[in-house]
Design a protein around this ligand. Structure first.
Ligand SMILES: Cc1cc2nc3c(=O)[nH]c(=O)nc-3n(C[C@H](O)[C@H](O)[C@H](O)COP(=O)(O)OP(=O)(O)OC[C@H]3O[C@@H](n4cnc5c(N)ncnc54)[C@H](O)[C@@H]3O)c2cc1C
Length: 339
């Protein structure tokens, strides 16, 4: 063990991915993950886990956003090629994205250069899809099943000597006693209060998991209607409720989402319900991956923020985590040069 001490705050897809990357970079460092909730108590558990960058994703510049997306795809794809990919919950998944407006060409180009297959739908495919869809794409992308990935990455973290501490942090000064050289803040929507970030908003989402093993491909329609098979279930979604913090499943939402999904694939009427899941997407116009030197009780705390991934946290987790690790390195290099 070196005397380098790092704290990762948060144990969602962002915190766990960041902790794994930090351990790769600083093998001998002592790393703690501190979080008040894990696994099924957090937003990441509710994600459908489709690798699908959105037009709204932003790292502040086009170049940085594209780098995050490219790094993320390559990272997830490298896990897909591991012998334990099923346990990690990462696989390829094909399906249709259906639209009533023409697709945005910039976004299409980005996907075309990234995933193994991305093309416009044919007239024949459009005819076969239920609904009044006029445009669309067929693509093969990746899926990261959070039910599996959160378990796999948590075990990986535990097996690499990273300490897990369950605790709610209401002020960064509570972390002073840990004598950390750097704190990496991956608290998702929790950052709204912790960092008093008025530009961070909750977009409440809800999905229903059903048994429908005959659904093999994903189907993504506008107005947040999607049907996404995972390893064990099929996810029916979804909705976006601005600044709603209600974590209880709403049965009216569930019924309305199910109806929209059944309109797209009528055989879903025969699917049995497994459970509902709810999560609060941490939405921010620009995902916050940046350093902050914060004065806490007279001491200078070095923080690297990594939060605000909105509806794309699974998609962007590896790219933003690698960026956060680089920022930690920069802080440590700067500190060494001052010694
Ligand atoms: C219905 C739904 C579907 C989605 N589908 C997709 C999809 O298909 N593809 C995609 O890319 N993304 C999807 N998302 C978005 C994705 O789930 C989120 O962007 C992602 O989970 C955010 O991860 P996170 O680690 O930042 O947050 P979380 O998973 O919420 O983790 C935050 C962690 O920080 C801890 N924490 C917070 N505050 C504190 C505090 N004060 N003290 C201590 N610990 C704290 C929490 O306990 C938790 O461990 C979806 C989201 C929803 C809701």
């Amino acid at each position: 063990m070196s005397d380098l001490r790092i704290c990762v705050l948060g144990s969602g897809v962002i915190g766990l991915t960041t902790a794994i990357e930090l351990k790769k970079e600083f093998r001998n460092a002592s790393i703690d993950i501190i979080a008040d909730a894990f696994y099924n108590g957090i937003t990441s558990f509710a994600a459908a886990g489709l690798f699908l960058p959105m037009e709204s994703n932003s790292g502040g510049s086009v170049e940085r956003t594209r780098l995050w997306i490219r790094d993320s795809y390559n990272h997830w794809d490298s896990i897909r090629l591991l012998p334990e990919s099923e346990e990690a919950g990462v696989r390829q998944l094909s399906g249709h994205i259906l639209l009533s407006e023409p697709p945005k060409m910039g976004w299409n180009k980005l996907m075309q250069n990234l995933v193994p297959e991305f093309r416009s739908v044919t007239e024949e495919e459009l005819r076969q899809c239920q609904g009044n869809w006029r445009y669309g794409n067929y693509c093969t992308t990746l899926q990261v099943d959070p039910t599996r990935y959160l378990k796999w990455s948590f075990n990986k973290v535990k097996n690499s000597d990273i300490r897990i501490i369950q605790k709610k942090i209401t002020d960064f000064s509570q972390l002073l006693e840990g004598n950390y050289d750097v704190v990496v803040n991956c608290t998702g929507i929790g950052a709204k209060v912790l960092c008093d970030d008025k530009t961070l908003f909750a977009l409440r989402g809800q999905v229903s998991l059903v048994k429908a093993p005959w659904v093999k491909n994903f189907l993504y329609g506008e107005i947040d209607t999607y049907i996404i098979p995972t390893f064990d279930n099929v996810i029916l979604g979804g909705c976006r409720h601005f600044e709603s913090y209600n974590l209880a499943p709403n049965l009216y939402d569930a019924l309305s989402m199910r109806e929209k999904c059944e309109n797209m694939i009528p055989s879903l009427k025969n699917a049995t319900l497994v459970e509902h899941r709810v999560g609060l997407r941490p939405f921010r116009l620009v995902t916050r991956v940046e350093q902050e030197y914060k004065s806490c009780s007279g001491k200078n705390m070095k923080i690297v923020h990594n939060y605000g991934h909105g509806g794309s946290g699974v998609t962007l987790a590896p790219g933003t985590s690698l960026n956060a690790v680089q920022l930690v390195k920069d802080i440590l290099i700067e500190r060494r040069s001052k010694m």
